[in-house]
Write a protein that binds this ligand. Sequence first.
Ligand SMILES: [Zn+2]
Length: 354
Amino acid sequence: MKHATDRAHAAGAHQKQGLKQIVKRSFRQGLKQMLAGTYGLRGTEPGLSVLMYHRVSHDALLSVPPDVFEEQMALLARDFEPVSLRNAVERMGRGDSCNGCVCVTFDDGFQDNWITAYPILDKYRIPATVFVACDALTHGTLWFYAFDNAVFGAAAGEADLTAFGLGVHAWQDAAGKMDAVGRVHARMKQLGHAERLSIVQAVAGAAGGGRIMMTPEECRALAASGLVDIGAHTVSHPILTGLGDDDLLHEIMDGKSMLESMIGQEVALFSYPNGTARDFDDRVVDVVRRAGFGAAVTTIPGLNRAGANPFTLRRFDVTPGVYTGWSGCFSRGLFRSHVRGTLHAVTQKMTAAL
Ligand SMILES: [Zn+2]
């Protein structure tokens, strides 16, 4: 048991930490709004913009609330040219311009993509691609989401992971919780695959949890809609660069064929799990190409200009942090700048200048 003064000290440290985070966040938001207002709103960087979503729901990690998602889709339909990623890749392959085009994508295959997002996409006739990890559909969840829900789902505002050497993480509000999630993920990414998996299983295995991913039938129905393409996202969502050759082939090639038999259609697009520059390399890209995919997306932010490598396409992550203004509400200006790539370009220039 902790000594009372230790607890008081810890509580003080957490308040301090919370205040620091609020000040940092306010500064970031202020800077972003200033940049968007000063430089971003009118300009459009040339290139294809690909947006990455995960969930569309209230009060869940990696989520955009349904009402905000609808505002975003209405804005895309009005101010941009929404196209399917398949179509954009074909156009870029022919050397045609995709300036002003935007593609909507979702990673992992969450059930709310079908139940909540699809009716909104249909209302505004916005094509989309949903990248699915096959095992997640079979099991109803993904290990690391079960981990996040087990650790961060509690209302307590604190996650004690000292038993796993990952420290204590506290939060005061939803944004603070996302910061805590980011810190824990960053620590976990430094661990070896086996060690990370054993921690995830120790935490999430005990917690259990219900289905959060689509069923195979829902995935088939989504593919049959004609508005949404299903893309592959491996079998079990591993970090591909850490795998041996046999496992790499299994995750990419079998992931494609399993998905194709699940939906009864060819699967031509791929998304690298985690998707940062460290999560794929030439060996991984070569297997993706040999598996017969026509293009693959990363999570590296940026626009895709003419002549971009179709196997390392960039995407902008749409999280509450990138569209929430001073008032704490959805900011059309920030979102528009984010989609146009101006916010990213200006932030990069500012970072380089500092
Ligand atoms: Zn994923």
